[in-house]
Design a protein around this ligand. Structure first.
Ligand SMILES: NC(=O)c1ccc[n+]([C@@H]2O[C@H](COP(=O)([O-])OP(=O)(O)OC[C@H]3O[C@@H](n4cnc5c(N)ncnc54)[C@H](O)[C@@H]3O)[C@@H](O)[C@H]2O)c1
Length: 403
């Protein structure tokens, strides 16, 4: 990084043509504002490491926010005492981001719990099943694609019968199995599906292509905020018409995710959220703190780290674009931690591989927290604290029983 030496520096007062009133003007805080790094990057040569380009050439506007995201994640959020929730929306798995980025992040212990759209997890199954997803073009004729049994996600193409409908058929055959015949939360649903996905990967001699399989192996609980709103939910509804007994209970998901955040805080550690895109997964992840404070009336202060990559603007009032400072007013983010909040306005398909590379290059893997296996204990701790903070009994007047 080039430095300005004192012999090269010119002061306002030394400029001969400057009028006296300007020379005499007092600017007591000027040095504070100009204390930031000087923008004078080295010429790129083609020999740099990607991490060095991010550190040294991503200097302004959204590239600077991307650098700050990489640095916040790697230098602060990946500390061993931080529990990290990651929300996923947008068409990430069809774009290959499950294989390239989300699976490596899970394997490295860089994400402890996930809230995803059902669509991301549904399309993840094509990869585990070895059903190809292809690059195409956004300029294609969609009527022609429909006539040729192809569906399109912008510039990604999937077979309708041999990929989508084939996945659906296998999914339906799985969710009618005995282990699915009960009420459960979506973490359990996805864990059970992940077991199958891991087996499909193994049979197809594929390694680490599926988010569901990786999350299953790593004990990362994977929730969906709208269980009915994806082809997984559609197939669950389809077999219910035939008497299937699978019932997804979103209240289980709300309480379990809340228990993770409370457990992180009560262990003396921190809680951080990493939000890819917006949508309902973002809110579902962030509502854990209002659930603690507003509904369960337990004293708490909000998330310690807030990191979002999004295209959504804040001025429409939509949740997808809501800023961390707006989240402070809801108790979602601790106001004292706002300096540790970054919003990067860019496409997640650009940011995710860059950030994943940066984190893997700069930080050693973390021990897997395996929150999936700790759901029971953390739920009990949450329930105990709820009853300790409130003058309430069970609805039948009894007192809750704990193990
Ligand atoms: N076959 C399926 O199962 C299927 C397919 C698509 C969508 N869906 C469902 O539709 C609902 C909508 O999901 P969605 O994820 O498509 O919502 P979405 O694409 O509207 O994404 C939510 C928000 O995230 C942001 N975002 C999306 N892509 C981004 C990108 N590349 N870069 C930066 N920001 C981005 C946008 O601000 C957007 O408003 C979900 O519930 C999903 O399950 C289902």
């Amino acid at each position: 990084m080039a430095k300005t030496t004192s012999s090269h520096r010119r002061y306002r007062e030394d400029m001969s043509e400057m009028p006296d009133w300007m020379k005499q003007k007092k600017c007591p805080n000027r040095h504070k504002y100009l204390a930031g790094r000087r923008i004078l990057p080295k010429n790129l040569t083609g020999k740099e490491k990607l991490t060095d380009i991010i550190d040294n050439a991503f200097l302004a506007y959204n590239s600077a926010r991307l650098r700050e995201s990489c640095q916040l994640f790697t230098e602060k959020m990946l500390e061993p005492d931080v529990t990290i929730g990651m929300s996923l929306s947008g068409a990430l798995t069809p774009a290959g981001l499950g294989c390239s980025s989300i699976v490596p992040l899970i394997k490295a212990g860089f994400v402890d719990w996930i809230v995803s759209t059902g669509a991301i997890l549904y399309h993840d199954m094509h990869f585990a099943l070895n059903y190809p997803v292809h690059s195409g073009s956004f300029k294609m004729d969609d009527t022609e694609l429909r006539d040729n049994d192809i569906v399109r996600v912008y510039d990604v193409l999937l077979g309708y019968s041999d990929c989508l409908m084939a996945t659906d058929e296998i999914l339906r055959n799985i969710i009618v199995q005995p282990e699915f015949q009960k009420e459960m939360g979506t973490a359990e649903l996805h864990h059970l599906l992940g077991k199958y996905a891991a087996e499909w990967e193994r049979k197809a001699k594929l390694k680490d292509v599926s988010v569901l399989a990786a999350a299953y192996r790593a004990g990362v609980p994977c929730y969906t905020s709208s269980p009915g709103d994806s082809t997984i939910g559609m197939n669950v509804a389809g077999v219910e018409l035939r008497g299937n007994k699978l019932r997804l209970n979103p209240a289980i998901d709300v309480n379990e995710t809340t228990a993770f955040v409370l457990a992180a805080k009560r262990s003396g550690g921190k809680s951080g959220v990493f939000l890819w895109g917006g949508g309902s997964p973002k809110n579902f992840m962030l509502q854990t703190e209002p659930q603690i404070q507003e509904v369960l009336r337990i004293k708490e202060f909000g998330q310690d780290y807030f990191l979002q990559v999004t295209d959504a603007r804040p001025d429409t009032g939509g949740l997808s674009g809501a800023t961390p400072s707006e989240a402070v007013s809801w108790g979602k983010v601790d106001p004292d931690r706002l300096p540790d909040a970054v919003v990067c306005y860019t496409d997640t398909t650009i940011a995710m591989p860059l950030l994943t590379h940066y984190a893997l290059a700069r930080h050693k893997p973390r021990k897997l927290r395996r929150l999936y296996d700790q759901r029971g204990a953390m739920m009990e701790a949450l329930t105990k604290e709820y009853f300790a903070h409130n003058k309430v009994t069970m609805l039948d007047g009894s007192h809750p029983k704990f193990a």
